[in-house]
Ligand binder design. Structure first.
Ligand SMILES: [Zn+2]
Length: 89
């Protein structure tokens, strides 16, 4: 999960493998939540985060999640550089 710092401004996208419904999360908040649950943190792999999702897909009702980092639409290269600078400090 800690890799999100290499993709400034990215979101963790949890997507249904069955129907491609998806929802984006703030990676820092996901890490905070893993820590609060004593279930992991920066070292937790993205694939393991997907496995921990316990709710079923609101579109098709199945439980087949995958996770990946993705940039939200509309984020400009300039914004990405600015965020990269922020993480370095
Ligand atoms: Zn689905």
């Amino acid at each position: 999960m800690g890799d999100f710092r290499r993709y400034p401004g990215c979101r963790l996208l949890i997507a249904c493998s069955a129907c491609s419904w998806s929802k984006a999360y703030d990676p820092e908040r996901v890490i905070d939540r893993l820590r609060a649950l004593r279930a992991g943190g920066h070292a937790t792999r993205v694939a393991d985060v997907a496995r921990r999702v316990q709710w079923t897909c609101p579109a098709c009702g199945r439980l087949r999640w995958r996770a990946q980092f993705a940039w939200p639409p509309g984020l400009k290269p300039r914004d990405i550089r600015r965020l990269a600078d922020r993480y370095r400090n």
